[in-house]
Design a protein. Structure first.
Length: 128
């Protein structure tokens, strides 16, 4: 198990937006300041918008900002669409699908990770 690049970009983008407060900030500015690839950051922003974690505004004073307070955003919510464990049977390359002796244990571990990550808030990344 490890954090993916997309997961890391989600957290970095959310922290940058949190640091900007209620102001809308350009994704290009964040990409430049953090030395991150703009196309990937835009894709991450679209996903976070679909999760209702950030909002966007077009125009001269447009950009992105958080849609919720930092204390309301949990790590579990940030990584909602992502699984914590990548097990072979979920990738379709296991011959024991449907009668696997360890699948339920992996599911229990996934649930425990989700429970733990629900206690970690975006504010924890800001040391507030």
């Amino acid at each position: 198990m490890g954090i993916t690049k997309i997961q890391e970009l989600k957290i970095i983008l959310l922290v940058a937006l949190a640091q900007a407060g209620d102001n809308f900030i350009s994704i290009a500015k964040i990409a430049e300041e953090k030395r991150l690839p703009l196309p990937f950051l835009r894709a991450v922003a679209r996903e976070l918008i679909s999760q209702a974690l950030i909002e966007s505004k077009e125009g001269k004073n447009g950009g992105y900002r958080l849609a919720k307070q930092i204390e309301e955003i949990s790590l579990a919510e940030i990584l909602k669409k992502d699984k914590f464990f990548r097990i072979p049977c979920e990738r379709g390359n296991c011959q024991l699908v449907g009668h696997c002796p360890v699948f339920s244990t992996w599911q229990q571990a996934e649930n425990k990770m989700s429970e733990l990550f629900s206690k970690v808030k975006l504010s924890d990344f800001l040391n507030i």
